[in-house]
Design a protein around this ligand. Sequence first.
Ligand SMILES: [Fe+2]
Ligand SMILES: [Fe+2]
Length: 209
Amino acid sequence: MSRAAAFAHPLLRVPTPAAWIAQARALPDVLLIDHANCEKKAASTALALMFAYAEDLELTGKMSRLAREELRHYEQVAKLIRSLGVPPRRLAPGRYAERMRRLVAKTEPQREVDLMICGAFIEARSCERFAALSPAIGAPLSDLFQGLHNAEARHYKVYLDLAGRAAKRAGVALPARIEAFAALEADLITSPDPLFRFHSGPPAPIPGC
Ligand SMILES: [Fe+2]
Ligand SMILES: [Fe+2]
């Protein structure tokens, strides 16, 4: 049975394409630098949510712990980047997070529900990518990714719990909204992507080939 046929996930509809894994194996420096950026962004998103929902002590407590954990992940990735002698450089972000955020409602109470769902998908995809990469990429990257896999599985459940709580409080339907994000996410993961990044789709064909 192919990996795609066997794929079953509570949130994600599609597995990481084999073409993306092959690209990650070919571009480990870009993978690591973008991964470090993702960890920083995950911490900064958690901090932003602490400001946006400052009156919600359950949410701020969870986001504070999350931000600290993401910064520790960043330090782990940065340490590996240094030890491998990967030259530091700036990378423009890929399309994934920006396109997911475009689906987030502009007004409350739907906005909070959407932000939590969006966070759950980004964390769930990170978790799935770590699991897919670990056996394919070799040490020392595989050791790091294996170690981070469990943390990202916890993180997506934290966001999903907060999404459920916000939806209940607001009286909005959660399953339909999850489905909307799931459809968009699956499209971003399976449609050709001109820019290789940690959350990118498979490589776009080269014109003329
Ligand atoms: Fe992380
Ligand atoms: Fe995370």
